[in-house]
Design a protein around this ligand. Structure first.
Ligand code: MSP
Length: 544
């Protein structure tokens, strides 16, 4: 204690210093955002693409708005199904995963996803952290051994639950003989956290979003008793998993393993907040805890119940938010490969471009409810909103500037400045609240305003009247500048198109910084380039 200062003053000083320290680390902390990790044995489809795209838009928006971001996506590679698929192909599970991973990583690239890292649960960095967490929980007495009793299908080499029963209470003959089996296993003491989790969810309404999903979790937790979680599988039954360090004849249950991916990457990078689990010296960037887990509604229980309890038990700060999106259907029906009722994102991208795909899924479906893909709906939005809306605006603004002024900006004007500022503000509010569909609608208020402005001011008529030369300069400025502002606010959603607008305007750099959405970026004398259609019109097939 310093001389002359009483204990209460010292306490105040200590409090101030601690506050400053936590503010400092909060300011240094990156915005950490994740998608789920995808089963490596599945084929990438519309639902997976949607999740990656909405997460990418949130990540890009945060970067544009000045935050440091760490965006993680990846693959879930252990488990029975992978083991089976590999043995059917006659290759090792690892070789099978490596083969499939190429397809998944290409998928990410085709969607233009800006992830900072790509985690695979077979990577040593991940396996080490899973083992460290299991060891810690075991040493603390949070993991114990007990018999597991259940219905076992030898043909499928798996335990069945009541959910697998047919409506008449019998097992599907496809399971073969189903017998009751008792097996020693390892359990994580999850049940004891039930009361705490209810209180946590009640006092942190932002933790699970949308609200109705949070209510579902609370409803479940209030109505049912939370059981301890069986976290092991005997390696005699399942060998393709992470060995349990204190029980070498067992591998870790895949969901426990998979959830830890969110922790293993920051931990392997030396994040100070995770040293508690790894015991490693903390030297890396501050990422933990995750700011946002973006997942589908079907895996909410794992993320909003199991995961926070695992972290709480380990003494780690909890993720700040779990955002659950809905499920896509096609033509009002569940997508299924066997019936051919699927949307192939890559085929759509090949035909229409990545941004048409990104635009449609976000404009069509808000984050939360279920969505329905129709080819007709996609074509309509493409034609009306992209080709005739945005594409036409950029094309005619630049064409007229070239035709009447050789592409040169003649004067600066503020006529559409307020409309643009209002749209930008609207989009920003939506992006900060992860309301992406509303964000795109707000962008289109400026697209529509500027298109209307062309109709109202008729630059093609002004060009015929030499006394209107100044007015024409003014109008052309407002159009070109609106296009420039649009590029900046569109960047998170459709980055390729935003970049192409910048390129056609011959503005240097990337439209990736929100501050450049302020009106007045184009200067007198600036020369814009050739317009190239952003969304070429396609002839629609005749209606049946
Ligand atoms: N591997 C687990 C997740 C582990 S996360 C620690 C898994 N994988 S998955 O491949 O089945 O699903 C990955 C994500 O895609 C999940 O968030 C899931 O909700 C989402 N979707 C799967 N099908 C979907 C639709 N039809 N529509 C929208 N999203 C869907 O679960």
């Amino acid at each position: 204690m310093r001389e002359g200062k009483g204990p209460s003053i010292q306490r105040l000083l200590d409090f101030g210093a601690a506050l400053l320290q936590s503010l400092k680390s909060e300011m240094q902390k990156k915005f950490y955002i994740t998608t789920a990790i995808y089963y490596v044995n599945g084929a990438p489809h519309l639902g997976h693409a949607y999740e990656k795209i909405i997460t990418d838009i949130i990540a890009r928006a945060r970067r544009s708005l000045g935050q440091s971001v760490f965006f993680l996506t990846g693959l879930d590679e252990h488990g029975q199904k992978v083991q089976q698929a590999a043995s059917e192909k006659g290759i090792s599970p690892q070789a099978y995963c490596d083969e499939m991973a190429i397809q998944w990583q290409t998928f990410v690239a085709r969607l233009n996803i800006s992830n900072d890292d790509y985690v695979r649960t077979t990577q040593p960095r991940h396996k080490e952290v899973v083992k460290a967490l299991l060891t810690k929980l075991h040493d603390q007495g949070d993991i114990y051994q007990a018999p597991y009793r259940g219905w076992y299908s030898a043909r499928h080499e798996t335990f069945l639950t009541d959910k697998d029963l047919r409506p008449d209470g019998t097992w599907d003959p496809a399971y073969g003989e189903v017998t009751e089996l008792v097996e020693e296993n390892w359990y994580f003491k999850m049940g004891q956290h039930q009361e705490w989790l209810v209180q946590y969810l009640e006092s942190h309404p932002e933790f699970v979003q949308p609200d109705y999903r949070r209510n579902e979790v609370l409803g479940f937790l209030r109505a049912e008793t939370l059981e301890d979680l069986c976290i092991s599988r005997p390696s005699s039954r399942l060998s393709w998993g992470i060995p349990i360090p204190f029980a070498p004849d067992y591998v870790n249950y895949v969901w426990f393993d998979a959830l830890v991916n969110y922790l293993s990457v920051p931990a392997s990078m030396g994040d100070p907040a995770t040293a508690l689990v790894t015991g490693a010296t903390a030297t890396g960037a501050s990422i933990w805890p995750p700011d946002l887990h973006v997942i589908g509604k079907d895996i909410l229980k794992f993320h909003a119940v199991y995961w926070p309890i695992m972290l709480q038990a380990a003494g780690l700060p909890l993720p700040r938010q779990v955002l659950a999106h809905g499920f896509w259907q096609k033509d009002g029906q569940k997508m299924s490969k066997s019936t051919g009722n699927v949307v192939d994102p890559i085929a759509i991208i090949d035909e229409w471009g990545v941004d048409a795909f990104r635009y449609y899924v976000v404009r069509e479906l808000d984050i939360g409810p279920d969505g329905n893909w129709t080819d007709e709906g996609f074509r309509q939005r493409y034609a009306a909103e992209l080709a005739n809306g945005l594409g036409n605006l950029v094309n005619r603004s630049l064409s007229m500037l070239r035709k009447y002024r050789a592409g040169r900006i003649g004067m600066v004007s503020q006529e559409l400045a307020d409309d643009a500022a209002e749209a930008v503000r609207g989009v920003e509010v939506c992006l900060r609240e992860n309301r992406l569909q509303a964000g795109l609608a707000a962008v289109w208020t400026l697209v529509n305003r500027a298109n209307l402005y062309v109709e109202q001011t008729k630059p093609f008529s002004l060009a015929k009247d030499p006394t209107q030369a100044k007015r024409l300069d003014e109008v052309l400025y407002n159009l070109a500048e609106s296009c420039r502002v649009l590029a900046v606010v569109l960047w998170p959603f459709i980055p390729d198109t935003a970049q192409r607008i910048y390129a056609q305007l011959q503005v240097c750099g990337e439209p990736s910084q929100w501050r450049n959405s302020a009106w007045g970026g184009l200067e007198v004398g600036h020369e814009t380039g050739e317009p190239i259609p952003l969304f070429p019109r396609k002839d629609l097939p005749p209606k049946a």
